[in-house]
Write a new protein. Sequence first.
Length: 275
Amino acid sequence: MKQFLARLKQDKVGLIGFTGIIIVILVGVFSPLIAPYSPEEMFTDHTMEGPSSQFIFGTDEFGRDIFSRIIFGTQVSLQVGVIAVGIGAGCGLVFGLISGYFQGKVDQIIMRIMDIFFAFPDILLALAIVAVLGPSLTNTMIAIGIVFTPVFTRTVRAAVIAVKENEYITSATAIGVPPIKIIYRHITPNILAPFIVQITLALSGAILTEAALSFLGLGIQPPNPSWGVMLDASRTYMEFAPWTILFPAIAIVFTIFCFNLFGDSLRDILDPKMK
């Protein structure tokens, strides 16, 4: 950890991304304290009002404070990102470990199933799953988790195959150590670096996918303060009230940008060849 923090301090780009992620997390955790109003509170005398001292990001068509809705939307986006990526990472870790270690027919079956998922674009597959399950917060997280499972499976499988060729794995197998113990004690700790990097990069993808699904009306449903829902509602008014679409878009871009910056830097920091 000390070595990681020391290298992160030297990487200015990664440090910027990491700082941005911390800010986003703090905003999401303390959103009830930061937001001046409730995300559903309506000020009927201030509908479609531009940025002012009272409403720093302006108001929407119902007179709701856009700043407060963006703050609470951070909470929603982080929740979806963490849980959805948790689902994908958990399933991908299990499938990747099994596929990479045992190989043979088990590997063929698992990877052919993953290839089927890879045949569909991410957003199209997520749309299909949500259309079947129905639009809701829970179903959105499940759909995004399923979409990201093949990526994690391939990442883990490739890392397991590389680690499996090391002598200590061969020695453990030769002396009769059970496969479960080898996977748990010797393989899993040595594949965490690419796995953690993939989690960081997947978080930005999950947040973007949630915003896209909500924008299309198949994700989080109004009046929940989702950034995608806010973009969808602002399409009609964007010409004469650009602030209604500008600030939610900036929030999405900033969050994804920070995760991508940190993810790219994390890949270099955890790469043994870069040490």
